[in-house]
Write a protein that binds this ligand. Sequence first.
Ligand code: SF4
Length: 463
Amino acid sequence: MWLPERAGRWSCSCAAPGSWGGYSGAFRATARVAPTIFRLLSYIRFMELQEKITILSGAARYDASCASSGCSNDTPYRGTGNTSQGGICHSWADDGRCISLLKILLSNDCRYDCAYCVNRSSNPVPRASFTAREVVDLTMEFYRRNYIEGLFLSSAVWDSPDRTMEEMVRVAEILRNEERFGGYIHLKVIPGSSADLIRRAGLAADRISVNIELPSNESLKRLAPQKSKESILTPMKLIGAEAGFSLVERTKSRKAPRFAPAGQSTQMIIGASPETDLQILQLSQSLYRKMNLKRVYYSAFVPVNDDNRLPVLAAPPLLREHRLYQADWLLRFYGFSAEEILSDDAPNLDESFDPKTAWALRHPEFFPVEINRADYATLLRVPGIGITSAKRIIAARRFAPVTHEGMKKIGVVMKRAKYFITCSGRPFEKIDQQPARLRQRLLLGDGSEQKQPQQLVLPGLFA
Ligand code: SF4
């Protein structure tokens, strides 16, 4: 028991009489060096954390599926952070990738050996792991300093899928329940995790996602033999069902818990396996229809390992990735099916044209479209007319016929649309409608079709 012995001093009641002076000297010496030891320990801990951040944020950069779209949270009572549908909590780089999340792995120490992955167990890369508390503290600190607007947390499988997932779920639960964090959280689900953990993840995070990685079961067996189609599709189905159930419950009571309100997404690696674009789009189509996915992300294969199971590429297929995103857009918002965009005879996207223009060139019988009579679905099929401009055309023609000049003001991209439309029976200009001639005109036009899309550079990988 500690007792006050002299004014301003404390000693231990069990100390031998007369020995107090010795303790006092030790105390004074300790008091002198304590701040230095504390600073040294803090510095060592800071350096360790710094190193972990470098390793684990670098290891997370290959995951493209981190956008935070479609979610709205208020700041909790006495809490920190919020996200809104209006886009306050997310932004994208030029190529559409989200850049405002703390995007990090909990661990890169993987037991699995996927051929395409930099973190696979056979790679001699530096390994590191965070504790759940470290990720929570980092997120809160970065959020308070306005560096980030949310957290994207994934992990290598350092232990069993359940053990790894449990730690990730703990991060989200501490953030929500202890730190009262209202910002955006996206958790990756480890394939093979139990249903209970997936439910907990969905209740704590805004978005959860399982990476499908490869477009066919054969490729999965060949390049990621420790994963299986079932271990990926089962959690996806569960997430879809739980999200639907939560929506139904919330129509009955606003207090019913929300399950992954920003939906689920997945990511597919493009170019590491031999599947065609048609197979990829058919898979995406089926995921959107059957599992209620919000987004499928396509990630151009970046060769980081020497492995004879992988193709040898001069560069990542970024243009193919870009065209797949455009085709995906047609699936989700323009009423196209995968089988309309591509066919068994032409199973890969034309890299020279966006998929809608390529479709238009293959279907001359559909054109020209008369702008003042066509319905909404038909307008959406015209290259250069998007969702907003199609709605504006329908609104504008209630008052007066739309002219070619008016189309420009509405926001139609006339350099593409002019070849496929008439306004009140008049074409934009006399144009040879032969597909080969049109193709040439579109290619040569003002040269813009020939621009290569710009993407993120992956530092250190390609000079
Ligand atoms: S499970 Fe496969 S893809 Fe995921 S980190 Fe491990 S090796 Fe990489």
